[in-house]
Design a protein around this ligand. Sequence first.
Ligand code: HSE
Length: 320
Amino acid sequence: MIRQDGVRVKVPASTANLGPGFDTLGMALSLYFYIEMKPAESTVFHLHGQDMAGLPEDKSNLVYTVAQMVFAEAGVALPELEISMYSDIPLTRGLGSSASAIVGALFAANLLIGSPFDRGKLFDMATAIEHHPDNVGASLFGGLITAIWDGSHAEYLRIDPPADLDVLVAIPDFQLSTSKAREALPTQISLSDAVYNVSHVSLLTAAFVANRLDLISSAMRDRIHHPYRAALVPGLSRILEEAAEHGALGAALSGAGPTVLALVDRRRQKEGELESFLLGVLKEQGIAAKTIWLKPCTSGAMELTMEKDVSFLENIKGEF
Ligand code: HSE
């Protein structure tokens, strides 16, 4: 059953790794990507919002190509689409913009053809496209996700983030592609570094479940990607070492960077101090950045009610 009027969906941004949880932990964040998808006579795009100018407006567009994967899997032909998008998520900064586009495309396309697939199947498809489940899992399910991927199937557990967790991100004004940030990583690590990360991510995950915010600062440390990526974000090493002295529970590179993320206990926020510290360290390295306070987002991808005769942009305006 094709929904001829089209569908509108909302998908959260995400942060991956949270320090030691490389390619496995992810958390949804309160920045959003919106898509409207409709059957059309010929394919057309309407792109709005953060960093959307310059994205392809033809059938090479990621949202279009991912939607076609859903139709092919379902055996449905729907080659022409009208796709509108609005995003608040900065591109290529480590806040899961491509994951939210992939999840949004899968979710919208599935709705458009009458929802033949459940979220578990969409998660497998999203992970097969993205190659790691952390960002896509968080965008699809919301909250905190811990996931494993065997190359064809992802198993996951969703955890509600601790209620007092706030998130401060410092977003540098340069882009860093995930592929470049992955090229900086070694192909092998030592047994002691593996043990270090396994123990830290285990404690971090348990601390989130048990609401033990006091354990985050020691548990959030990592030895398998930060040491190698530090050179790509000058100032990162100092931020990781000293953020706790300025009011953070812990800090990490957000996904593959360059955004730096600090977790904060909302009851103990020191007004302005952490922001000044993050921006000051980056500025000393000649990096302009902006900070945004975010919250963990507990909802994953969701359908928006289509209000009759209300345009896509009008419809989502009430959302922010
Ligand atoms: N886990 C991935 C990485 C996230 O750190 O490379 C990037 O999307």
